[in-house]
Design a protein around this ligand. Structure first.
Ligand code: MF3
Ligand code: CO
Ligand code: CO
Length: 252
């Protein structure tokens, strides 16, 4: 197996897909409020993606996943399934993760939302996790290694006394949703694969307030922290350019 290299034209198409994915997260902003169910958010996203963006929601049917969005609240690390019974309440933190397929190309992004008034320790986790994503992205350039990305994320998380989830990682992306390479969010400088211009992948650190251990609930999808403490995640799709990186999932 080898890593696919995208042309400049391919990357332009991925940027269109990426921006459309981001527009879903922006559209949802006004609706992520106390009292809304994650199923309602999912319906809004499905309608927006299919009717406004004319795209395919990539998560539906992926490995049997039933919904458009992953909605991961508080102690849920990732892959939370939207449901009528999951009602957001004041003080929650929630990650919404969406992937669209536009003209065959995937755009994958996620962000945290604060529901009503959020406690300072939770908001801090959310903010540091975003900083971890940015620290990882800033390492991206030809010749840098996957270990450089992992180290930057792990170092910032652990300096803040948080832990980096080990069981899930970022991934190559293009016409295939999850392809090589795997992007670990921990590691050692200088180790692992060297980056090359034209690689496209996600960076999507999951950072925990307590230990990094996770478990999957009986629904077969929902990944939670073993210790029941909070977890946060942010995700961008990026391309390696001649001199560094380009984020493909930026807003307007
Ligand atoms: N979007 C997730 C990721 O960042 C994957 C979700 S797969 C699903 O890679 F099946 F759970 F939707
Ligand atoms: Co992803
Ligand atoms: Co995602």
């Amino acid at each position: 197996m080898s890593i696919s290299i995208k042309s400049k034209k391919d990357i332009e198409k991925m940027k269109i897909a990426g921006r459309k994915a981001t527009s879903v997260l922006e559209m949802l902003k006004n609706y992520v409020v106390p009292g809304v169910s994650t199923a309602e958010l999912d319906s809004l996203a499905f309608k927006f993606i299919t009717e406004e963006l004319k795209c395919i929601p990539a998560n539906i049917g992926y490995g049997g996943f039933p919904k458009t969005l992953c909605t991961s609240i508080n102690n849920v690390i990732c892959h939370g399934i939207p449901s009528e019974t999951k009602i957001l309440k004041n003080g929650d933190i929630v990650n919404i993760d969406v992937t669209v397929i536009d003209d065959e190309w995937h755009g994958d992004t996620s962000q945290m939302y604060l529901v009503g008034n959020v406690a300072p320790h939770a908001k801090r986790l959310v903010d540091v996790t975003k900083d971890c994503l940015i620290a990882g992205i800033e390492e991206v350039k030809p010749g840098a290694t996957l270990g450089d990305i992992g180290f930057a994320i792990q170092n910032l998380a652990e300096t803040n006394h948080y832990s980096v989830v080990r069981d899930y990682c970022g991934h190559g992306i293009g016409k295939v949703y999850h392809e090589e390479p795997q992007i670990m969010h921990y590691g050692n400088k200088g180790e692992g694969l060297a980056l090359e211009e034209g690689m496209t992948f996600t960076i999507e650190p999951m950072i925990n307030l307590g230990t990094y251990h996770s478990k999957v609930l009986n629904d077969g999808w929902t990944v939670v922290t073993k210790d029941g403490k909070l977890s946060a995640q942010w995700e961008h799709t990026v391309a390696v350019t001649k001199t560094g990186y380009e984020i493909l999932t930026l807003g307007e």
